[in-house]
Design a protein around this ligand. Structure first.
Ligand SMILES: Cc1cc2nc3c(=O)[nH]c(=O)nc-3n(C[C@H](O)[C@H](O)[C@H](O)COP(=O)(O)O)c2cc1C
Length: 300
């Protein structure tokens, strides 16, 4: 997919257990076909004060604030992960300008990243993330600059917090994106009735988990109708049936985040075995045969 060879179509989503080579190894042992690191930027960031995550009846809301050690420190983990993992290693990158995205990307690729995922969709940090990904012109500049600086596949991770995700997808592809990841979290909040105040220190965060699955499916379906590059579906995938629905909507692979926190690393094995069993039962020979298969109408 987009120049990478995957043993199965499941990947670890960015931000879930993704900084040390050791935890990434646990995820690969659990059956992931590729791993995405947590988003890394040019300089170290502490992130927000606690509470940064809250469990609701339908999923998690997080506003971590992109805590990370900065790329110069993180390259050590990239090198170690590259030496120990036998699946593609994709580094998630954020920045506050096109130049920053490109600088961090170059350092990540020099350290061994097999591909880059641009986080232009984090919903809770000002002047980066979705503030870039919601504006097609700024997004195009970032993607062009990054593509011109490295020779590895560049994925662009899109935000659902826009009027038309398909239009943003088209802008990313025109600027050179090799694949699109859809979606990052959905802007949301929780309020504590006893304390009479927002639960998260940042007030607003991003919702993930089962509640966002129908939104993510709709996004993948709409993007598939507009662009030709591979789509990686993400959002609320918990079991093989969810994953198959994303493939039928048009995704060529899936990312799993919140379900890893809930079910553990073996969720990858369970999901890829389930996909295999579905393909066999329906007499399909490969995942490719079902990508986008649901794009047909009811007979008139
Ligand atoms: C605690 C937490 C941290 C996250 N951190 C990042 C991040 O650093 N970069 C990013 O692109 N997405 C991040 N995400 C978003 C996930 O990668 C994913 O897009 C989203 O959670 C939807 O998938 P899920 O429902 O399977 O979790 C984070 C999500 C959670 C729950």
């Amino acid at each position: 997919m987009a120049g990478l060879r995957l043993a199965n179509p499941t990947m670890l989503a960015s931000g879930i257990l993704g900084y040390s080579a050791e935890t990434l190894e646990t995820i690969v042992d659990g059956g992931a076909g590729a791993v995405i690191t947590k988003s890394v930027g040019l300089k170290p960031r502490n992130g927000y004060a606690n509470p940064t995550i809250v469990q609701t009846s339908c999923g998690l809301i997080n506003a971590m604030g992109l805590p990370n050690p900065g790329i110069d420190e993180f390259v050590k983990e990239i090198r170690e992960a590259k030496n120990t993992l036998d699946v593609p290693l994709i580094v998630s990158v954020y920045g506050f300008s096109a130049e920053e995205y490109a600088t961090v990307t170059k350092k990540a690729v020099n350290a061994g990243a097999d591909a880059i995922e641009l986080n232009v969709s984090c919903p809770h940090v000002k002047e980066t993330g979705s503030e870039i990904g919601q504006n097609p012109k700024i997004l195009a500049k970032v993607v062009e600059k990054v593509k011109a600086s490295v020779d590895k596949p560049v994925f662009v991770k899109l935000s659902p917090n826009v009027t038309s995700i398909a239009e943003i997808a088209e802008a990313a592809v025109k600027a050179g994106a090799d694949a699109l990841t859809a979606i990052n979290t959905v802007r949301a909040m929780a309020i504590d009735a006893e304390a009479a105040m927002p639960v998260l220190s940042n007030k607003v965060g991003g919702l993930s988990g089962p509640a966002v699955k129908p939104i993510a499916l709709r996004c993948v379906y709409e993007i598939y109708e507009k662009v030709k590059v591979p789509i990686i579906g993400c959002g609320g995938i918990t079991n093989w049936r969810d994953a198959v629905e994303f493939l039928l909507a048009g995704a060529s692979a899936v990312q799993i985040g919140t379900a890893v926190a809930v079910k553990g690393a073996n969720v990858f094995k369970a999901i890829s075995r389930g996909i295999d069993a579905y393909l066999e039962k329906k007499a399909f020979k490969s995942v490719e045969e079902i990508v986008g298969l649901s794009h047909r109408s009811y007979p008139a």
